[in-house]
Design a binder for this molecule. Structure first.
Ligand SMILES: [Zn+2]
Length: 186
């Protein structure tokens, strides 16, 4: 339970950093996107992303938040928590092929019209050697780059991401690093 609380704290810190225009990636575990107010599954205990977003919206001047969930699994907990919140959008991406997946992410980022903050539930189980069997390491750098550019277009670069799934441990580190290179732009 202590690890779960640290993970929530890490997510909140990332959200707060994002609001000071410092992009952040929360290397937190356990993940959270399958947890909601009444239950949880899939290695999740509490919804890190949802708590972080709720907290900054309560305490700081943040109205619209766009949450993109790029885990292989649908972030059903996050979806349920914000189902009736008109200012928080939650979008998951799924596809059966790599090219199609990347196209869907690009399309989604193009059609977002308004947000004060871009928040990413970043799973790496879409990796070609992981459960999803789709993406290559270089694709994570692309995803990070596109998300950065979208945040610059939409909300003065306010963006953060937190770790959700990702179970192929030999390559998890390099995939996270590739994502962070694109996401930070450094
Ligand atoms: Zn997953």
């Amino acid at each position: 339970m202590q690890a779960a609380l640290f993970a929530v704290g890490g997510a909140i810190d990332c959200a707060k950093l994002a609001l000071t225009n410092r992009p952040a990636f929360g290397l937190v575990r356990p993940p959270g996107h399958h947890a909601d107010q009444s239950g949880s599954w899939g290695f999740c205990y509490v919804n890190n992303m949802a708590i972080a977003v709720r907290k900054i919206r309560q305490e700081l001047d943040v109205g619209w938040v766009y949450i993109i969930d790029l885990d292989h699994h649908v972030g059903d907990g996050t979806q349920r928590i914000f189902a009736y919140d008109p200012q928080v959008s939650v979008k998951n991406i799924s596809a059966l092929e790599r090219e199609n997946y990347l196209e869907r992410v690009q399309h989604l980022l193009k059609v977002i019209r308004k947000t004060d903050l871009l928040a990413v539930s970043m799973g790496f189980d879409t990796y070609e050697k992981d459960l999803g069997g789709l993406l290559k390491t270089e694709d994570y750098k692309l995803l990070g780059t596109w998300l950065r550019q979208a945040s610059e277009r939409l909300c003065q670069g306010r963006r953060f991401a937190i770790l959700e799934g990702g179970y192929y441990l030999p390559d998890l580190g390099k995939n996270v690093l590739a994502f962070c290179e694109g996401f930070s732009g450094e």
